[in-house]
Design a protein around this ligand. Structure first.
Ligand code: UDX
Ligand code: UDX
Length: 462
């Protein structure tokens, strides 16, 4: 089949690369010229495990091409995937800061381009996460700008790709959702995903759109639930890791449930998707305080963690800090809505003079993000940071270590070596560790003499 993805970020690029791997002829389009130039030169502008190999292979075979020209992408394809961003946008004149609707400007622009350049019947697929009823708007927009009488069908086929595991998720999806209010496109869409006949869920377009947002909303609800339980554990002596284990053993909940307490969820999806879902309820005149609470818990979880640091460390200006993990999760370079970055910024604002930072993939994106902050808070964030190339470098000669994202690399750190590195061999120098994600064995850490805090695991501290 001839396929185009319009918008070649984490979703569009991975989706396009996978389709080309399956033998289809794919063009990935993006307005970002430097991104496309890099891709044409064989560079991959984002880090995603397995993606480079996939792109290299299919670019060389000629099945995967790149362009900045939406006309070329539209004319090439029988199936066009809309994969542009749908960021949260604050509602003007609202008293509720949590009411943020999804910004559909980019989706609208792609719909207009499709209308302008459509030259034969095509299937237009919305892969970006969008509010329910967006498909209808896309259809209306294309019809409004269409100058020729050419049939087209709008389908919702939402992405369920976790960054860091996006290639794997494409190759082994939990489900493929195909939502459409007409019958014509189902056959082609089924063929496209013919490797997973049992995983296809066919439905109308509204259910597909809402199903995607509802899934992310539910995952976010469970994370915030784990996080309030963690606060309760800090007060009561229960261990939130054990509490989650007990819950996950229930087959109705399951071992993969999002019940890992920490400093909250980040990334380009959960924060904006929960806000968008909350906004849809509000626009439909329905109450959804549950979702608002989820966002409040998530926002205040970093504050909660910072308070714990302040309580234990007391003075900040005389200490060196180290932060491990800057991306919003492991195995990605994406720092959008990263909770670790929020912790880092707060440390800077609190007057920490020097902060060593390490992340396997996200040092450059962190530097760029902090550059964008400029002198907003009266100082240059980047001047306070020492970017380290290894965990060892970040952990040597430092007073306070903060673990902000889950990573196997951090789990491998040996407590004895860590203590020695942090204190520079002066074993009577105090070392603090604050875990924003459960990483170390608290008992071992206490044995080495660390002052140790791990969210929701209080009894270990005695
Ligand atoms: C985005 C959305 O944020 C997510 O909700 C949705 O499910 C999929 O698309 P992601 O791929 O992570 O996720 O976003 P991003 O990496 O920002 O990629 C979007 C791309 O679209 C960018 O490369 C941007 O340059 C491009 N774009 C944007 C266009 O090509 N045309 C436009 O008009 C606007
Ligand atoms: C999410 C969805 O999972 C995926 O299906 C798609 O819709 C895109 O959005 P992604 O944001 O890439 O994927 O990562 P995910 O693994 O879902 O983690 C999101 C955030 O939640 C991370 O910050 C992670 O640290 C946090 N998280 C996850 C927790 O705090 N606790 C958990 O138990 C699980």
């Amino acid at each position: 089949m001839k396929i185009s993805t319009i918008g070649s970020g984490y979703v569009g690029l991975v989706t396009g690369a996978i389709f080309s791997e399956w033998g289809h002829e794919v063009i990935c389009a993006d307005v970002n010229e430097s991104k496309i130039e890099k891709l044409k030169q064989g560079e991959v502008p984002i880090f995603e495990p397995g993606l480079k190999e996939l792109i290299d292979r299919n670019r060389t075979s000629g099945r995967l091409k790149f362009t900045t020209d939406n006309k070329e992408a539209v004319e090439h394809a029988d199936i066009i995937f809309i994969c542009v961003g749908t960021p949260a946008e604050e509602r003007i004149k609202s008293h509720d800061q949590y009411l943020k609707r999804a910004n559909l400007t980019y989706v609208g622009k792609v719909a207009r381009d499709i209308a302008m350049y459509i030259d034969r019947p095509k299937i237009v697929v919305d892969k970006s996460t969008v509010p329910v009823k967006t498909g209808e708007h896309v259809e209306k927009t294309i019809k409004r700008y269409l100058s020729k009488d050419i049939p087209f069908w709008v389908v919702s086929n939402p992405e369920f790709l976790r960054e860091g595991q996006a290639v794997k998720d494409c190759l082994d999806p939990d489900r493929i959702v195909i939502g459409c209010n007409q019958q014509e496109p189902f056959k082609t869409m089924r063929e496209l995903y013919s490797r997973f006949p049992e995983r296809i869920i066919e439905t109308n377009i509204w259910s597909a759109e809402l199903g995607k947002l509802a899934a992310n909303g539910f995952l976010a609800i469970s994370i915030s639930y784990a996080n309030i339980l963690a606060r309760l554990c800090d007060k009561t002596g229960a261990d939130v890791g054990q509490v989650a284990k007990i819950m996950k053993a229930d087959r109705r909940i399951g071992p993969k449930a999002f019940l890992n307490a920490g400093i909250g969820y980040g990334g380009s999806c959960f924060p904006k998707d929960v806000a968008a879902l909350y906004n849809i309820f509000s626009e439909e005149g329905l109450d959804s305080q549950l979702l608002k609470e989820v966002m409040i818990v998530n926002d205040t979880q970093v504050e909660y963690f910072i308070e714990k640091i302040k309580e234990e460390v007391w003075t900040v200006g005389d200490k060196t800090f180290s932060v491990l993990g800057l991306a919003f999760k492991d195995d990605t370079d994406d720092v959008r809505e990263s909770r670790g970055l929020e912790v880092l910024k707060e440390l800077c604002r609190m007057g920490a003079p020097k902060i060593k930072v390490y992340d396997k993939h996200a040092l450059e994106t962190t530097r760029e993000e902090l550059e964008r902050m400029g002198m907003k808070d009266g100082f240059d964030y980047n001047e306070k940071l020492l970017y380290c190339d290894t965990v060892n470098e970040a952990c040597s000669d430092t007073d306070v270590l903060i673990v902000a994202s889950e990573s196997n690399e951090f789990k491998e750190i040996k407590p004895y070596h860590l203590r020695k590195a942090m204190t520079n061999g002066e074993m009577n120098r105090p070392s603090w560790i604050f875990e924003g994600r459960h990483t170390f064995n608290p008992t071992e850490m206490l044995k080495e003499g660390f002052i140790f805090y791990s969210i929701g695991r209080p009894f270990e501290r005695k």
